[in-house]
Ligand binder design. Structure first.
Ligand SMILES: [Zn+2]
Length: 298
C-alpha cells in the first residue's frame, strides 16, 4: 500500500495499520496544504478499505474496478466547475446515497475534496450522517483549511496531518510524473513542498533565471541601466508581486555575503505592499529599482 506515493511516510504507517488491524473508522479528516498528495492517500486508503481480500490484493473485483474508475462503492465529491462552493444539494444527495448498501464491496467510501468549500448549512447537513453513519461507510474529508469547519464536524473525525513534500521527493515527482528536470534550487524554495505550486510556477524557471542573473550583478549596472532593465525583470504587470517574492528570495541568499541586501529585502517588501494597495505600478517599480541601486552603489 502507498508504495507509489512520495512523502508523508508516517501516515503510510498509520493508515496501513488501520487497514491491517481492521480498525477502519467512519470519518477521517486529511489536513495539510494543497498539492502534497492528500487525495492520492485518500484514494489508496479507500481502495484498501474496499478490497475484498484479507490484504489489499489489486486483483479482486473491487480492486480491479477501482483501478478502472468503475467501482460504484467509492464516490468523490468536489465542487462543480462553475461553482466556488460544494453545494448543499451535493451533500444532501450524498447523505441519501450513502444509505444504499454497497454493490461490489462490503464497504462504501466517500471522499470530499477541498471539503472546506462546504458552507455552514452544507456542513450541518453532513453532520447528521457523521453522527449516525451506516456501519459499512467511511467518509474522508480532505482540506487545507481546518479552521473553516464547525467544531461538531471536526470532533467527529479522526485527524491525519499531512506535511509538505521534501525537495528531494518533489524533485522525483516532477521528474517521473511530469518530465521536468534541472530545476534550479531557488525554484524549490518557491514551490514550498507543493506539487500544485510547482506546476503553477515551473514554466517561469527560465524567466527567473534571467532575473537571477540581473540581481546577482546589480552592482555592475549604472542607474540608467537598472531602470532600463525594468521590462526584463518584470515581464508581466499582473505578476509583479510574485516577481518581487522571487527577487526577495534572491536577496535573502545574498544577505549572507553582504548585509546591504537586507535593506533591499525591505524595499521589495515595501514595493509589494504598495502594489497590494494599488499604488501606481510604474512609480512603485521605478522607486524600488532606484532604492536598491542606491543601496548597493550609493
Ligand atoms: Zn482487492
Amino acid at each position: 500500500m502507498f508504495e507509489n506515493i512520495k512523502g508523508n511516510e508516517e501516515n503510510k504507517k498509520i493508515l496501513s495499520k488501520i487497514i491491517n488491524e481492521k480498525k477502519v473508522g467512519h470519518s477521517y479528516m486529511f489536513v495539510g496544504q494543497t498539492g502534497i498528495g492528500k487525495m492520492l492517500f485518500a484514494k489508496e486508503f479507500a481502495k484498501a478499505i474496499l478490497c475484498l481480500q484479507e490484504e489489499q490484493c489489486n486483483n479482486c473485483k473491487s480492486c480491479l474496478e477501482f483501478d478502472n474508475n468503475n467501482n460504484p462503492d467509492i464516490t468523490i465529491i468536489e465542487k462543480e466547475e462553475d461553482s466556488n462552493v460544494i453545494k448543499i444539494d451535493q451533500i444532501r444527495q450524498m447523505t441519501l446515497k450513502i444509505l444504499e448498501k454497497p454493490i461490489i464491496s462490503n464497504k462504501k467510501v466517500y471522499i470530499i475534496n477541498d471539503s472546506e468549500l462546504m458552507n455552514e448549512p452544507a456542513q450541518n447537513s453532513l453532520l447528521k450522517t457523521l453522527e449516525e453513519p451506516p456501519e459499512y461507510a467511511t467518509i474522508i474529508l480532505i482540506t487545507s483549511r481546518e479552521d473553516l469547519f464547525l467544531n461538531t464536524i471536526k470532533s467527529r473525525c479522526t485527524k491525519i496531518m499531512f506535511n509538505k513534500l521534501s525537495n528531494e521527493d518533489l524533485k522525483q515527482i516532477l521528474k517521473m510524473k511530469y518530465n521536468y528536470e534541472n530545476i534550479s534550487n531557488n525554484m524549490f524554495l518557491l514551490f514550498d513542498g507543493s506539487v500544485e505550486r510547482a506546476l503553477n510556477l515551473i514554466d517561469k524557471d527560465k524567466e527567473y533565471e534571467e532575473l537571477s542573473n540581473i540581481i546577482n550583478n546589480l552592482e555592475k549596472y549604472n542607474v540608467v541601466d537598472v531602470l532600463n532593465l525594468k521590462e526584463k525583470m518584470f515581464k508581466q504587470k499582473e505578476e509583479a508581486r510574485g516577481t518581487l517574492d522571487y527577487i526577495n528570495l534572491l536577496f535573502y541568499n545574498l544577505v549572507k555575503k553582504d548585509i546591504r541586501y537586507a535593506n533591499c529585502m525591505k524595499a521589495a517588501e515595501k514595493a509589494k505592499e504598495k502594489l497590494t494597495k494599488n499604488n501606481n505600478y510604474d512609480m512603485t517599480i521605478d522607486n524600488f529599482l532606484l532604492t536598491i541601486w542606491e543601496e548597493l552603489n550609493g
